[in-house]
Design a protein around this ligand. Structure first.
Ligand code: TA6
Length: 284
């Protein structure tokens, strides 16, 4: 049901279960694929041009952005979206149930991580793959000084046609528009989120969203816990052209809806304390 495949020194756990198929890369404990067998269309989006190399982020699935979201707050030479998605995690356990497969990965601070971020931590990533996908990221401060993190479970979702897709659940929520490197605060809008250009918004919101995909006649429901920020992103054509691991026209078929903690939702974790952020994805 869960086998480790290691083509060209890139280990990936492959899940084949009556209810679900999936792939989780050791690099970044990255959920690359999750597909309920009940679904004709893909649910997570994975770029056909994704680069599968250790130490590099994968374009698609669910990148773990941690311990910072976006650029490093003080040093632009550090990796975009932190270090968790480019380090190898250790698989601690697998549980195969009739309805789902559960996996638990661990990342502990090392000399390599301290070179980028000078704190001691243990992270656990719990993944449940079934009709519903659940991903929970636990951060434990194992050091002697508090630290502050920003984070995102950066979920790429497949849709039939982005120009017909509508995201509901963020009405009235304040947001920061970060298109083109700006960081412009906006008051909430009454209209749902639609797409006719690049969208890159960090909403102040603790609730879930519903993604209506009329082209494929289905809804995707993203819920979350422990998250004060919801990020909605579609690169549209110009940014897609600039991303070497994404086909130019791929923007028509995906969006990102991310359970995050960014901006004012940054999380301070005291020595010995833990913090958990959870996202779930299901098909309506
Ligand atoms: O979550 C949205 C975002 O911050 C966008 O600004 C875009 O940069 C995206 O993440 C992808 O980032 P990446 O480093 O994975 O190319």
């Amino acid at each position: 049901c869960v086998t480790l495949e290691n083509a060209s020194d890139y280990p990936v756990y492959v899940i084949r279960h009556p209810k679900v198929t999936g792939k989780v890369a050791v690099n970044g404990a990255h959920v690359m694929e999750w597909q309920p067998t009940s679904q004709a269309h893909p649910v997570l989006y994975l770029s056909p041009d994704a680069v599968l190399e250790r130490g590099k982020a994968i374009r698609g699935g669910i990148p773990i952005c941690w311990p910072w979201f976006g650029g490093h707050p003080a040093d632009s030479t550090k990796p975009m979206h932190g270090i968790a998605r480019i380090l190898d995690w250790e698989l601690l356990r697998v549980d195969v149930k009739d309805t789902h497969v559960a996996m638990l990965f661990q990342l502990k601070s090392t000399e390599a991580s301290r070179a980028h971020w000078p704190y001691d931590f243990t992270c656990h990533l719990g993944i449940s793959l079934g009709e519903k996908l659940e991903v929970s990221l636990m951060t434990q401060n194992t050091g002697r000084e508090s630290f502050v993190i920003t984070e995102a479970l950066h979920t790429y979702l497949s849709v039939g046609d982005i120009s017909k897709t509508v995201v509901r659940g963020l009405t009235g929520a304040k947001f920061v528009d970060t298109v083109g490197g700006q960081h412009t605060p906006h008051d909430g809008e009454e209209a749902p989120v639609t797409f006719d250009r690049e969208v890159d918004r960090q909403y102040v919101s603790t609730g879930g969203v519903v993604i209506e995909d009329p082209a494929w006649g289905r809804k995707l429901i993203v819920d979350k816990l422990g998250s004060g920020t919801t990020v909605v992103w579609n690169p549209w054509i110009e940014k897609s052209k600039r991303l070497g691991d994404l086909p130019d026209e791929a923007f028509h078929g995906f969006l990102c809806v991310e359970a995050a903690n960014a901006n004012e939702s940054a999380v301070r974790i005291s020595p010995g304390a833990e913090h958990v952020i959870v996202t779930t994805v299901s098909v309506g």
